[in-house]
Design a protein around this ligand. Structure first.
Ligand code: SAM
Length: 285
């Protein structure tokens, strides 16, 4: 195991660990998922407040240290350790997720949490500063991106705190931040692949007009292909000649989006545009 590759930067400041756990507002009945517990600096604080903790740790040496740390203590029976990669591990039921994991798995981590069912009540997550700022960015701001839209479609995200590199041993190269991710429950009734598919087109150049991005190479043929699949799946007659470009332009005109730019469109604007496309059988996945 290589410190950099697995991001083994242990959180050494007990005050920061305490604050992270407090921000979760744990209830005595809560089951908590912790990803990448390391030597357990967060874990022991979570165990004081929760009913149960499942910790997923990829490095068996770290898992052994954590096991030793609770051995013989009353907390021992409240803790299950899964040794393995979080991305592949089978997850148990949990109410809350708390994690300080390596930043290489930031994206898979957040999307896996948001697609877990039943949805967790809240997740308190430490990320690299830039990633955290993209998660909380609002439409119209410099960091508003496809990632911001995709995450905010499913969750309310709040910036909680700044954590400087010197709070870790060894100190990482980058600054960190803690965010609160509160999933919208029930989630909006839209397939992620559809929303993300529209986002891929619009955010490919986020300052270009929506119309301009739809006219980029390959987009219209891709939509035409999706449209044929959609027609055959829904047993509709496929017109041989479909003018997909005209169909797209009509939707953009009718919804007033032709001259809009993704950089300024919020989740609601994107959803409205997506529904307008769906109404005429245009799909993005
Ligand atoms: N949470 C501890 C803390 O705050 O002190 C440790 C943090 S350290 C940044 C990240 C931990 O995640 C390491 O123990 C590492 O072995 C573990 N880890 C790395 N990749 C993982 C993965 N894919 N699944 C589960 N754990 C992983």
């Amino acid at each position: 195991f290589n410190t950099e590759r697995f991001g083994q930067h242990i959180l050494k400041n007990p005050q920061v660990a305490q604050t992270i756990v407090e921000k979760a507002n744990l209830r005595p009945t809560d089951k908590v998922l912790e990803v990448g517990p390391g030597t357990g600096n967060l874990t022991v604080k979570i165990l004081e407040q929760a009913k149960h903790v499942t910790a997923v740790e990829m490095d068996p040496r770290m898992a052994a240290e954590l096991t030793k740390r609770v051995q013989g203590k009353p907390e021992q029976r409240k803790l299950d350790i899964i040794i393995g990669d979080f991305v592949k591990a089978e997850l148990p039921y949990f109410d809350v997720c708390i994690s300080n994991t390596p930043y290489q798995i930031s994206s898979p981590l957040i999307f896996r949490l948001l697609s877990h069912r039943p949805l967790p009540r809240v997740c308190i997550l430490m990320f690299q500063r830039e990633f955290a700022l993209r998660l909380v960015a609002t439409a119209g701001s410099a960091l508003w991106s496809r990632l911001s839209a995709n995450v905010q479609l499913y969750a309310k995200v709040d910036y909680l705190m700044h954590v400087g590199k010197n709070n870790f041993r060894p100190a990482p190269m980058v600054e960190s931040s803690v965010v609160r991710v509160a999933p919208r429950d029930p989630p909006p009734p839209v397939r992620f692949e559809e929303f993300d598919g529209l986002g891929r087109i619009l955010f490919s150049r986020r300052n270009k007009t929506v119309h301009g991005n739809f006219m980029a190479k390959g987009v219209i043929p891709m939509l035409e292909k999706n449209w044929r699949t959609y027609c055959s799946e829904t047993d509709q007659m496929v017109e041989n000649e479909v003018d997909m470009k005209a169909k797209v332009e009509e939707v953009l005109e009718q919804t007033g989006n032709t001259e809009n730019r993704a950089a300024k469109m919020d989740v609601d604007d994107l959803l409205k545009l997506l529904y307008a496309f769906h109404k005429v059988g245009i799909h993005f996945a």
